[in-house]
Design a protein around this ligand. Structure first.
Ligand code: ADP
Ligand code: MG
Length: 251
């Protein structure tokens, strides 16, 4: 479980995230949604201990993220940031190998190599594994980053808009893979999603942020309601019963 208690981050006098009180249960997929600037990335990077907070406390699996040593947390929580600065002269396989760093400290064992291969296959990157990152499309590179995060093999996985740049096939494939990881491997996945319909279909819970605060937290059935969605996203949104669950329509 991830627990946030009065978590606050003040960027400037007029921009503050929080205070946020939130319990994200272990297991399954929790989608973080909300308009641009709502505070999704800030919250996720604080949970992933890449950014400090001004007030409050975050615990992941009972560990306080601000006092637990990084090397211990790295075996429990992994995070994919929204923006990644990539090193061009790195192959896909080398990048994915970085996911094993908390275990291998740079000396990869056979077991590490197996995890890396599995992660590469999982993201459909087998044919690209020897390519350098600057020889990939944006979407392929994005998949390589997700493979790196999954290779870290942590119980908690935080992903900030991992479908950026992905085409429909690979978006669907990634959500199916993440679902599998949640169900079969018991992972707890927290994912910032722009596409509310992906959240509706694949997430177990939807957490909506607006102006730095949590405004809704519930199941897709509870959140996929026209008034609630229109309010979260500041634009009229209809909800229709699609062939596989509720769909938001906006034009
Ligand atoms: P989201 O991911 O939901 O789009 P962010 O968490 O990135 O939102 O940003 C939340 C708010 O904090 C926005 O208003 C953004 O402009 C502001 N913000 C983010 N990073 C900084 C920063 N380094 N300095 C000042 N303001 C920031
Ligand atoms: Mg963001």
């Amino acid at each position: 479980m991830i627990t946030l208690s009065t978590v606050t981050r003040r960027y400037t006098d007029d921009v503050a995230i929080g205070p946020v009180d939130l319990d994200i249960p272990a297991g399954g997929i929790t989608a973080l949604v909300g308009p641009n600037g709502a505070g999704k990335s800030t919250l996720l990077t604080m949970i992933g201990r890449l950014m400090g907070m001004d007030e409050g406390q975050i615990e992941v699996a009972g560990l306080d993220v601000s006092t637990t040593p990084s090397k211990d947390l790295a075996k429990i929580v992994s995070i994919l940031r929204q923006e990644n600065h990539f090193v061009a002269r790195l192959t896909v396989r080398q990048l994915v190998g970085f996911g094993r760093f908390p275990y291998s400290q740079g000396r990869l064992t056979r077991a590490d190599e197996e995890v890396i291969s599995r992660s590469i296959d999982f993201l459909d990157l087998g044919e690209l594994e020897s390519r350098y990152l600057d020889e990939l499309s944006g979407g392929q590179r994005q998949r390589a980053y997700v493979a790196m995060v999954l290779a870290q093999d942590t119980e908690y996985v935080l992903l900030d808009e991992p479908m950026n740049n992905l085409d429909m096939q690979h978006s669907v494939q990634m959500m199916k893979h993440l679902r599998e990881a949640a169900v079969q491997l018991g992972r707890t996945i927290v994912i910032v999603l722009h596409d509310i319909n992906f959240a509706s279909h694949y997430a177990d819970r939807i957490c909506a942020l607006k102006h730095g605060k949590v405004v809704e937290f519930g199941t897709p059935e509870e959140i996929m309601v026209p008034e609630i969605l229109s309010d979260i996203f500041n634009t009229p949104i209809d909800v229709v019963e699609g062939p596989r669950g509720r769909l938001a329509c906006f034009y």
